[in-house]
Design a protein around this ligand. Structure first.
Ligand SMILES: [Zn+2]
Length: 410
């Protein structure tokens, strides 16, 4: 971490997402002709070029001229399954031929295939397979990544997956945050209740005790956990000091949003089928509504989450990639923000908020995503004077450089 003070000048516009987006179609503050001072990984001063330079002691300051480019916060991907073994390329090809996700799962594909591949892998295998994906995320501007377990299902393999996430943390400058995911009861488990008891004690509690997880996520759907089962796991997670996140209302409207509000989850994720009462409940309980539009893109585009309805109900919205080998093999969070604006009814300002401040809030983080004094100096320099270029041209060369804790990401 550089101890020298760095002042960034030549910033055409510096985008500061507001602390809250509730009820706001344009939740960004924009400083034109800006400058920013970073020191010891943090933002020390930010504002118009004149105000920052007038109050800066110019001795021992490194000046970096961004030559008229825009600056936005580093992206925060609050929902991924990026640590996995092998691939499911054949399933993508089968779907393109007309086979459904359900029929592929019935013949042993889907999540069961990822479980099989993960169980046959070592921690080292998982790290080697997953690091290039983490690199592809950071290269597209993501500086904070949440990563879930959930492909092991047994204590041994769940903890192995979490160990791989821990190992990856030392191999990237980005912040990686681990989540233990209760993904479902394995088909060969003789007794659901006994399995859940063991999962609570030997996976959730153990992961918390070993410092291998910061959050607990539960897949609440008819094919995974019922609400009463999820409540048991949630209570265990909370008692273990883990923050709660939920996968809800993905396949059908199961009143999952209400359930997330009732449990006081940090975020409710997916929400493709959430009803109006659920949206209102999330807003009232300050649960971040997390959209995963990569799934709709990847699986055929029939189930776009209704971001506009959620935002109009007063929800604060995050967007994440849900990067996983089956339903969203997408590591570009900027692309997902573009989908938020083009397919989910959000404004471009709401979409950028959703991958910066919104992602941070979905992880309970208050030290990033806003480019304010005292926050981490994680930011993206857009290869254009207009920040919106970052969402306008997904896959294009829209990023000039990326800084993590004030240092250039190599
Ligand atoms: Zn997911």
């Amino acid at each position: 971490m550089p101890s020298q003070r760095t002042v960034f000048v030549g910033i055409s516009e510096l985008v500061q997402p507001l602390d809250s987006s509730a009820g706001n179609r344009e939740p960004l503050s924009i400083v034109r002709d800006a400058a920013m001072v970073c020191h010891a990984g943090m933002i020390e001063a930010v504002g118009t070029r004149k105000s920052v330079l007038d109050s800066l002691d110019s001795s021992d300051v490194l000046e970096v001229d961004l030559q008229g480019r825009a600056v936005i916060p580093g992206f925060v991907d609050s929902h991924t399954h990026v640590v996995f073994a092998g691939d499911r390329i054949d399933e993508m090809a089968a779907r393109a031929r007309g086979e459904t996700y359900e029929s592929i799962a019935k013949r042993g594909g889907g999540i069961a295939r990822s479980v099989e591949l993960l169980r046959a892998s070592s921690v080292e295998d998982l790290v080697a397979a997953s690091l290039p994906r983490v690199v592809s995320m950071t290269a597209r501007g993501t500086t904070t990544i949440e990563i879930k377990s959930g492909y092991g299902l047994t204590p041994e393999h769940e903890l192995k997956q979490l160990q791989a996430i821990k190992r990856l943390r030392s191999l990237t400058k980005a912040t990686l945050l681990p989540t233990v995911l209760a993904h479902g009861v394995p088909k060969d488990a003789p007794n659901r209740d006994a399995y859940i008891d063991q999962f609570c004690s030997d996976v959730v509690e153990q992961a918390a005790r070993l410092g291998l997880a910061r959050y607990c996520d539960i897949f609440v759907e008819s094919i995974a956990y019922s609400k009463s089962e999820a409540r048991r796991i949630a209570e265990c997670a909370k008692a273990s000091g883990l923050k709660l996140k939920l996968h809800v209302d993905q396949l059908r409207d199961g009143d999952g949003a209400d359930f997330a509000a009732e449990l006081g989850a940090l975020s409710a994720d997916h929400l493709e089928c959430t009803n109006a009462a659920g949206a209102a409940a999330l807003a009232k309980a300050n649960v971040i509504a997390t959209l995963l539009p990569g799934c709709a893109l990847y699986l055929g585009g029939h189930t776009w989450p209704d971001g506009k309805a959620l935002a109009d109900a007063g929800c604060e919205i995050a967007i994440a990639t849900d990067c996983n080998p089956g339903s969203s093999m997408i590591s570009d969070l900027g692309l997902c923000a573009t989908l938020g604006a083009t397919q989910c009814g959000l404004t471009v300002e709401q979409a950028l908020w959703a991958i910066t401040r919104g992602g941070a809030k979905a992880l309970g983080l208050h030290d990033r995503g806003g480019l304010r004094v005292g926050e981490r100096a994680d930011f993206v320099v857009v290869a254009h004077s207009d920040w919106r270029m970052a969402l306008y041209h997904p896959g294009g060369n829209t990023i000039s450089s990326i800084y993590v804790s004030g240092s250039l990401l190599s």
